[in-house]
Design a protein around this ligand. Structure first.
Ligand code: 2E5
Ligand code: F3S
Length: 356
């Protein structure tokens, strides 16, 4: 049955998008999947906002409501152009470092986490700090602190220069070495090969990380694994569904920003899994019609920092070019939510009590 899709806000999408939902049970057959124009979209689910992004964006919005504009945010709250522009329009001021925040003002730390020295700098400037670090990033910080306290060498698999890696490394710089990909594994040296553990950034390619770990284990057979997966549920779920649809796609369009690690990974995963082409775009108008020339099946997904409205814009754009038949391929249903940071909740409760 064809049903109209609904956006997160409850609005229907363009009338010429025909949409149906299904769970993935192997390849979609041509007969089922290419009705009407013979052109179709396979829409990945899960896609878009994860629980940590939802919480971080809400944190900024609630802080704006509670304390009034401007609210300072250290680094992009999440790595998405549209989210940052929207929050700026609502009164958020994004800065690179605490020194740019006026003494005594409120600063929110981004979802990617910060090193302990960033809290200390904020304290020294009497800033009111609200920590929007995703709890699943905080979990990796705790692991790093724990293994460092036990004097382990920690091999942190991640991308050099990424904010999350900088924040996690800052928990125990003297114990942590970065391993940026499988080739880097061959260069690692440790103090005691019997006391070494690997941890990782939350948004890596699952398959590439397995390869990096295998390469590390060849040289360090006693290497220990994290107590639980550091690559988060949202990263692995988005990669899993894109892997399922990619072999059937002439082109996969991933909505996400260039500095969004998890979004960039989705393009790589799609190509590795057999998509003939893959593109990362921030906005529908960036689609080049040449990408669609001769294509019958277009895959669509979005990174964990991407609002659903941007995906709906892409579907409307594709529908206007004959790709109006949309099948949503679901491989997992996500229900996780995180509560707002304690420091914000406390002030929200106090404000509610003062209003009576
Ligand atoms: C915090 C992990 O994928 P990225 O790490 O570059 O970040 P993002 O903002 O695109 O995605 C959300 C997020 C936030 C992922 N830690
Ligand atoms: Fe957190 Fe993973 Fe999202 S680490 S912010 S749940 S992509």
């Amino acid at each position: 049955m064809w049903v109209r899709p609904r956006t997160a806000a409850g609005a229907t999408v363009a009338a010429d998008v025909r949409f149906r939902a299904g769970t993935y049970d192997g390849r979609v057959t041509q007969d089922e999947a290419t009705p009407r124009t013979g052109k179709r979209v396979l829409l990945a689910k899960p896609r878009g906002y994860c629980a940590g992004v939802d919480r971080a964006v809400q944190t900024v919005q609630e802080a704006l409501k509670l304390y009034g504009a401007p609210i300072y945010v250290r680094k992009q709250i999440v790595h998405n152009k549209h989210v940052v522009q929207t929050l700026e329009a609502q009164g958020a001021i994004f800065v690179e470092e605490n020194e740019e925040v006026p003494a005594g003002a409120t600063v929110i730390f981004s979802a990617h986490g910060v090193a302990p020295e960033v809290y200390e700098q904020a304290k020294a400037r009497s800033l009111k700090a609200i920590d929007a670090t995703c709890p699943l990033v905080t979990k990796v910080h705790h692991e790093a602190k724990r293994f460092a306290a036990e004097d382990y060498d920690i091999l942190l698999i991640g991308h050099e220069g990424h904010e999350e890696v900088i924040g996690t490394s800052g928990e125990a710089p003297e114990h942590i070495q970065l391993v940026d990909g499988p080739d880097a594994a061959d260069q690692i040296t440790v103090r005691d090969p019997n006391k070494v553990v690997w941890l990782s950034q939350t948004t890596l390619s699952v398959d590439e990380t397995l390869e990096t770990v295998a390469r590390l284990k060849k040289r360090l057979p006693m290497l220990q694994s994290p107590p639980s997966d550091d690559i988060c549920y949202a990263t692995s779920n988005r990669q899993h569904v894109v892997k399922q649809i990619a072999p059937d796609c002439d082109v996969v369009i991933v909505v996400g920003s260039r500095n969004s690690s998890n979004s960039v990974r989705l393009v790589e995963v799609a190509l590795d899994a057999g998509a003939r082409a893959g593109h990362l775009i921030d906005f529908a108008h960036e689609i080049d019609d040449a990408w669609l020339a001769g294509a019958r099946t277009v895959g669509v997904t979005s990174g964990a920092s991407v609002p659903e409205d941007l995906v709906q814009d892409v579907l409307a754009y594709l529908a206007a070019r004959g790709f109006g038949d949309v099948e949503e391929i679901t491989t997992a249903n996500e229900r996780l939510t995180f509560s707002l940071p304690q420091e914000l909740k406390r002030d929200m409760r106090a404000a509610a009590a003062a209003r009576g």
